[in-house]
Design a protein around this ligand. Sequence first.
Ligand code: NAP
Ligand code: MG
Length: 498
Amino acid sequence: MATTLAAPTLHRNVAEFLSKPRKMLVNGKWVDSVSGKTFETYNPATGEVLATVAEGDRADIEQAVKAARRAFESGKWPEMSPSKRGRLLWKLADLLEANLEEFAQLETLDNGKPLTIARVADVPLAIDMFRYMAGWATKVEGNTIPISSGGAKYFAYTLREPVGVVGQIIPWNFPLLMAAWKLAPALAVGCTVILKPAEQTPLTALRLGELAMEAGFPDGVFNVVPGFGETAGAALAAHPDVDKIAFTGSTEVGRLILQAAAGNLKKVSLELGGKSPNIIFPDADLSVAIPGSASGIFFNQGQCCCAGSRLFVHKSIFDEVVDGVAKVAKDFHVGPGFDAATNMGPLVSQEQLDRVCGYLDSGISEGAKAVVGGKKKSGAGYFVEPTVLVDTKPDMKVIKEEIFGPVVAAIPFSDPEEVLPTANNSIYGLAAAVWTRDIGKAHRTAAKLRAGTVWINCYNVFDAALPFGGYKQSGWGREMGHDALELYTETKAVCAQL
Ligand code: NAP
Ligand code: MG
C-alpha cells in the first residue's frame, strides 16, 4: 500500500519499497506467506497505513527452519572459511552504509523516531555491529588444556563451534539495530538464522534481507519471517529443530519464550525490561548531569529498555535538577520524525500510547505530580508529552513497573548510603548511572549497583565492543562485545590419548 505521507525528501528507494506488498525471505527467495495472509504496518506519526507485509506463521517458520537446517548441515555455509564469512559481514556493513539514508528514512517511517536520530544512531550503530563481528569471524578460538588425570599422556583441546540453527525474535524500539545485535554474532560464528521482527516494525529487517542476498549469503543462512508473536514467534521459540532462541522484548514474553524452549531444551538468551536508577550526587557537574539525565530517559521517546526512569537526586540539588530536566522536556519539539525540527517523535503504536497514558493516569491518581507533561498530545499520531513526575511513593506502579515511554520519576534522597539499596530495589537490573566528581565514589557506587551496565557521568553510551545485558529479571546473557560469541557457540572438549 502506498503511504499517503509524501515528505518532500522521501528517498526514491523508500517510495519504491513501500509501494509494493513486502514478501518474506525464506531459503534465499522472496515468497508470500503459505497462508497468503498479509498484515499492515502504520506510520506512528499519522496512524496511517505505511506498508503491507506477508504474515508468516507456523507453516512459514517450518519452511524457514528446514532451510536454515539444510544450510547449516550442508552446502556453502559450513564449508565457507571464517575469513570469507567475515568478508560477507563486512560487505553487508558496506551495503548498509551505502544505503544509510534509505534505511534511516524507513526506520523513521515505521518506528516514528526522529530522522536525525536514525541517521546518526540506529543505522551507524548497526553498521558498526556488523563490522565489529566481521572481525571476530576469524578469531573464535579454543584452548589447549593440560590435563592431569590417569597414568597415560593426553593431548586435550577445545573447539568453539556454532550452536546451529538460531531463532531470533526482536522488538520495535530499535528495529534495525536489534536485528544487527542478533544477526552479526550468530552469522560471524557460522550459525544460520531465522529472524522474526516485531509486527510494528518489520521493514528495515526485510530491506536488510535484500542486502544480505546482494552481499552473497548462501540460501537458507539468513531468513526473515515477519508476523505476529503469538503465531510466528511462538512457533519459532517452540520449534524442536531450532537449537537456540535469542529474544529481546518484555519480561512477560521472555517467560513465554522460556516455556516454549523447554520442549527441546534449546539454548536461550533474553534481553528484557528495565527500571534503571540514575543517581545524581550533590557534587555532580549539573551542566552535564541535567542534560545527560534528560537524554537518559527521553531518548527514543523513552522506549529504551535501559531508560533512566528512576532519577534519584540529592535533596540539596533536587529542585535545580527537576527544573532543569523539566525545561529540557518543555523545550522538546514533539512532532513527526520527518520534520527537521523534531527532537521527540511519536510512540510506536496506539497500544503503546494507551499503555504509557495508563501509567500516567495511574501515577497521577495515586498522588504523583507531573511537573511537566502528563498526558497524550492532542491530534493525530501516537504522541505523548515528555513527563517528569515528583511526589511518588515506592509502591506506585510508575516506580515499580517499566513504562517504556518518556516518563521519569524524580526521587529525592538525603543519605548517600541509603540511595543504593533503594536504587537496587527492583526486579530489574539492566542499567544504572551515577553522576559525581568524586572518582572513588563513582567506582564504589558502580560496584554496588546490581545492573549489567553502569554509566558514570554519561548515559546511553553504546559500543559494539561493550557487552550489554541484564542482572535479575532483565535477562540472560550478554549481547555485543566478545561476550556475544558465547551466545552462539558450543564448546567441544577433545581429548586424545597419546
Ligand atoms: P513483546 O510482546 O515482548 O514483543 C517483543 C517481540 O516478541 C516481538 O517480536 C513480538 O512479536 C514477540 N512476541 C510476542 N509474543 C510472543 C510469543 N508468545 N512468543 C514469541 N514471540 C512473541 O513487547 P511489546 O508487546 O511490543 O511491548 C510491550 C512492552 O514490552 C513494552 O511496553 C516494554 O515495556 C517492553 N519492551 C521491552 C523491550 C526491550 O528492549 N527490552 C522492547 C520492546 C518492548 P509481535 O510484536 O510482532 O507480535
Ligand atoms: Mg506484543
